[in-house]
Design a protein around this ligand. Structure first.
Ligand code: GLC
Ligand code: CA
Length: 514
């Protein structure tokens, strides 16, 4: 386990929207380099960057055409290596985004695979043996290629599934996970990883990590076996490099597949969702951190605790403020609500991720789809640095920014919030400073709910020897518990005081005591 994960807060960058260094209106790698000091000043020690590889960008770069070449719009391979070096010189790490389950239909492997004559890539993707024969239970396309067969899709129509084999095989054309073609896909994946790791990359966020072997069992044991083999390679050759999975099943991803971290994704009504985004279109928002939410932390704990207990010591659950697929939390949460939500996320075990712009409460915007973003497009708008041209995203007044910037005069910016002592941005910084200062707030220290219960406010929890409390409700609360005796408050948002064994905590407040 790479030791640096114990005390790291990550920052996710959507590269098209972070900072345009050459004035063409699209964010780029040199733009990220320009802003490394800013990211470091937040207290974040590592970045996850969404795909920067050559791609037709029909799914934001998750449709890779060349895994080993940086997309021209972002710069060159040299620029990327330079980013690794610039990060390392500041003590920071860079994770790239690895898409192992599918490529773009423009990838040369796929083009070769579409040919009827047998060739090196005929078995690289999942194909049936007849044009009229589909893939039971899975999306597929047929009738568009010279090759006699249908190919399987892993996501959108232009993202054919790579062939890692099938665990339960019902058709002749289904490869076994240890067949020559499945093994060669696996080797190709390792080769891509080595290519970037050898040049200084510090690991990968792995896209749809659970999607490799098809018709896998309930434990995903065959897919896990592929990752276990990769973990062995990492342990042996790149012991400081880290892997975080898009899986959202820590028992499978951490205990089974050997990932170092697994994202707790926003899925309607799962534990994480009840904290920040507990709403359906047109429905009521009952998120725990809403002042008007129903205040029921058990909806989170009932889902989280079994997963946390079962995976503790195996790897880390990663909670995020948001990601490039998810509505920004500021879509429904006010600045005060965001402060409490972030205070919680940044004091939980595991390895937290901040999505660019969430530290200033950038809004979700209703925008027409761009590059396969659909409703996700509104979460991917340019970073709002200041009130200059294009809000500091691009210095070229003629450039058309990747996505529109807001026109409201009071739109949030980094510059404004740096100057306001109690801004969301400065609160985030304070919280990360505390996390670095107290090992009990970091990845490993035990998390225990002290007073879980429906509509019990505040929610009190323990991290190691520290006691924390959060009261998202609109009412001042007084709670009696012996855990508060003889303690001193070391940090608060809003107002809180200890009186004997009572904690008195104002509406929408948070505190940590030791
Ligand atoms: C993951 C990515 C998402 C992408 C999809 C297909 O969910 O996060 O952005 O569209 O995989 O690669
Ligand atoms: Ca640019």
């Amino acid at each position: 386990m790479p030791g640096w994960l114990r005390d790291t807060v990550f920052y996710e960058v959507y590269p098209s929207s972070f900072r345009d260094s050459n004035g063409d209106g699209i964010g780029d790698i040199n733009g990220i380099i320009e802003k490394l000091d800013y990211i470091k000043s937040l207290g974040c020690g590592a970045l996850w960057i969404n795909p920067v590889f050559d791609s037709p960008f029909r799914d934001g770069g998750y449709d890779v055409r060349d895994y080993k070449k940086v997309a021209e719009r972002f710069g060159t391979n040299e620029d990327l290596v330079n980013l690794f070096n610039e990060a390392h010189s500041r003590g920071m790490k860079i994770l790239l985004d690895l898409v192992p389950g599918h490529t773009s239909d423009e990838h040369p492997w796929f083009k070769a695979s579409c040919r009827q004559e047998k060739n090196e890539y005929s078995g690289r993707y999942v194909w049936t043996s007849h044009a009229f024969e589909g893939i039971p239970g899975h999306p597929y396309i047929s009738g568009t290629t010279d090759r006699e067969g249908a190919y399987m899709l892993n996501f959108f129509a232009f993202q054919p599934a790579l062939n890692y084999g099938w665990l339960n095989r019902t058709e002749k054309w289904m490869s076994a996970p240890d067949s020559e073609e499945a093994v060669s896909t696996r080797e190709a994946l390792k080769d891509i990883m080595r290519f970037w790791l050898d040049q200084g990359c510090d690991g990968f966020r792995v896209d749809m990590a659970d999607s490799l072997v098809k018709n896998d069992d309930d434990r995903k044991s065959a897919t896990a076996a592929v990752w276990r083999e990769i973990r062995e390679m990492m342990d042996r050759d790149y012991p400081e490099a880290a892997l975080v999975s898009e899986w959202s099943n820590p028992v499978q991803a951490l205990n089974g597949a050997g990932f170092h971290m697994d994202f707790y994704l926003d899925h309607l009504h799962n534990g994480y969702n009840t904290l920040l985004r507990d709403y359906e279109a047109g429905g009521e928002d009952n998120s725990f951190f809403r002042k008007k939410g129903k205040g029921d932390i058990t909806r989170f704990l009932d889902d989280y605790m079994p997963k946390y207990r079962a995976s503790r010591g195996q790897g880390y659950i990663s909670m995020f403020t948001c990601n490039h697929d998810t509505y920004r939390p500021a879509r429904t949460l006010s600045e005060k609500e965001l402060k409490l939500a972030y205070a919680f996320i940044l004091t939980m075990p595991g390895v937290p991720f901040i999505y660019y712009g969430d530290e200033i409460g950038m809004k979700y915007r209703d925008l027409p789809t761009k590059e396969g973003g659909y409703h996700r497009t509104g979460t991917r708008t340019p970073m709002q640095w200041d009130h200059s041209e294009h809000m500091g995203f691009s210095d070229n007044p003629e450039a058309e920014p990747y996505l529109p910037l807001p026109d409201e005069e009071n739109a949030v910016t980094v510059e404004d919030q740096l100057n306001q002592p109690h801004s969301l941005l400065n609160t985030v910084k304070e919280l990360i400073v505390l996390r670095h200062r107290y090992k009990y707030l970091q990845a490993d220290a035990l998390f225990e709910p002290v007073n879980p219960g429906k509509e019990k406010m505040p929610f009190v929890y323990r991290r190691g020897s520290l006691i924390l409390a959060v009261n998202p409700s609109g009412k001042r609360q007084r709670v009696e518990n012996s855990v508060f005796e003889d303690r001193t408050i070391i940090y608060k948002i809003g107002k809180a005081a200890i009186d004997g064994s009572d904690l008195i905590i104002d509406a929408q407040s948070f505190m940590i005591c030791k």
